[in-house]
Write a protein that binds this ligand. Structure first.
Ligand code: AMP
Length: 281
């Protein structure tokens, strides 16, 4: 596995791969990898001749009071995992390699980024879209893999790729959970043992919502209310939002028809966690 620190190294690798007619898959990550990331890599490995995984804690997607400095990092462990999964290139640039002095260009998707996480994180998706665009331009992948765990991000990236005519297939992959239901996340490492137990309200709310829809509930507000009830029963949890939106347009819905995203962000202590499910009727 090549560990590339520079854009040029990645470009050279991809050029050589292309000359041999090999397809390229990209998995963008912020590292501190877990089985959720591994599921994306495994899927990419099975569908592409070459797999490039980026590990980059992207400063532009963190707000000024967010956890950029504290975000967990362990490149050695990440590299060992990626090597064992048969990855061809680990792209691990310094921020100064990705953002040159005087960088003045942003990629902003409007509308879809204003609700849900965009409300508490107003500059987050601009940072995500800018760095993902840059990675697409550097790697020029045939396919790029993203987790359904970050459902709004996936909808935003699909829209960006469509709107900017990026020649890449965006592949969404299911949420990977711990045995007890908690969605895997690098940020779960912030949780104390007590908080880890309290954090189970997110998946409990997801499962309760899914059950209602399975049993025939079609009133989105009734499902949201039930999910909120589950979370509010846990004193250590503070709701940022629980909402039902169209899964592609990220606009509020009242009836459950088509693809409806039930998404939530919940603070457990100081840690903000997200979870969701999609009801498809
Ligand atoms: P991150 O390193 O948190 O930026 O995540 C990198 C990619 O992995 C994103 O596309 C995430 O949606 C995806 N991902 C993170 N956690 C999970 C999970 N538990 N299940 C599936 N995909 C995930």
């Amino acid at each position: 596995m090549l560990i590339a620190k520079t854009v040029d190294q990645v470009r050279q690798f991809v050029k050589a791969a292309r000359r041999q007619g090999r397809s390229v898959g990209l998995v963008p990550t912020m590292g501190y990898l877990h089985e959720g990331h591994a599921s994306l890599v495994t899927r990419a490995r099975s569908e592409c001749d070459c797999v490039v995984v980026s590990v980059f804690v992207n400063p532009t997607q963190f707000g000024p009071t967010e956890d950029l400095e504290a975000y967990p990092r362990d490149l050695k462990r990440d590299a060992a995992l990626l090597e064992s999964l048969g990855v061809d290139v680990l792209f691990h640039p310094e921020p100064s390699e990705m953002y040159l002095p005087g960088a003045a260009t942003w990629v902003s998707v409007e509308g879809l980024t204003e609700g849900l996480c965009g409300r508490t994180r107003p500059t987050h998706f601009r940072g995500v879209c800018t760095v993902v665009s840059k990675l697409m331009n550097i790697v020029t992948p045939d396919r790029a893999y993203f987790g359904q765990k970050d459902a709004q991000q996936l909808a935003v990236i699909r829209r960006m790729v469509r709107d900017l005519n990026m020649d890449v297939e965006v592949i969404g992959c299911p949420i990977v959970r711990e045995a007890d239901g908690l969605a895997k996340s690098s940020r779960n490492t912030y949780l104390s043992a007590d908080e880890r137990r309290s954090a189970l309200v997110l998946s409990r709310a997801v499962f309760a919502g899914e059950k209602l829809v399975r049993e025939g509930e079609r009133d989105a507000d009734a499902v949201v209310r039930a999910m909120r009830g589950v979370i509010e029963a846990e004193p250590a949890a503070r709701i940022d939002y629980v909402e039902a939106v169209d899964a592609d347009a990220v606009t509020p819905v009242t009836r459950i028809e088509g693809r409806v995203l039930f998404a939530m962000a919940v603070y457990i202590g100081k840690t903000r966690l997200i979870d969701n499910f999609i009801a498809q009727i």
